[in-house]
Unconditional design. Sequence first.
Length: 277
Amino acid sequence: MAPLGLYYIMETKVQKPKKAKKEKVETVESQGPKWEIKDRMYLLKGRGNPLTYVLQSKSTRKKPLLWWDEEKGINREMRYASNQESVFVDEQDDNAILEHIIFENGGLFVSKRNQALQKLLSLYHPKKEYAYFEKDQVAEAKEDLVSIETEMEALNTAVSIDIDQAEAILRVEKGSSVDKMSSAELKRDLYLFAKNNPILFLDLVNDENVILRNLAIKANEMGVIKLSQDQRRFTWGSTDRKLMEVPFDENPYSAFAAWLKTDEGVEVYKSIQKRIN
């Protein structure tokens, strides 16, 4: 038998080699817009465009056509050649066929097959945004959509408006001539107003003073109230008793409409309605 004793078991810890930490590699995405292969339309800026306009397409001694290349740190000469893939002279061969860049009737359509000319006009030409601009089809579609939706909202609102409100809104546009219009004429002109000027129409619909202004104008035309010649004072038509003074630089009927909502004006409003009716 083995003698009894103390056995010391010494454990030796084997340390595993530490794995090297992987360094994080940050990728920086380009912030510039992605180039899309598509047909493009370019338009001259300003009004009264000429029948034809020739845009500079190559360098001359007096007028160099250059683009500053940030990566290379140099100005690169450009020219448009119909048989070259690049507009940079240092990337073209000796067989370049030079072409003019001509806008007709204020516009220039460039097919997606002509990438060299598109990139010259969209990315590099110094006259961009000064002499011409690229038509943004998407932005234009969004603007058209907003206009169409606003017009639809105005027309839908016009359908639900009663004759009294229609008269009040049209009086802003047509004045006292609305007094001689039939209900059918009022509705027709209201729809046309909503269609042709939807933003102003919706503003008037949401203006709580429109009805009150219409009441004031109508009351003045009927002699129920009177507006002084200097347009500074409203009085009762029958007694010339003063109703209110018009604040300086304010439209008299807008001021009167606002006054009708005051404690004193509410009673006058009720009285005017009775006399008109």
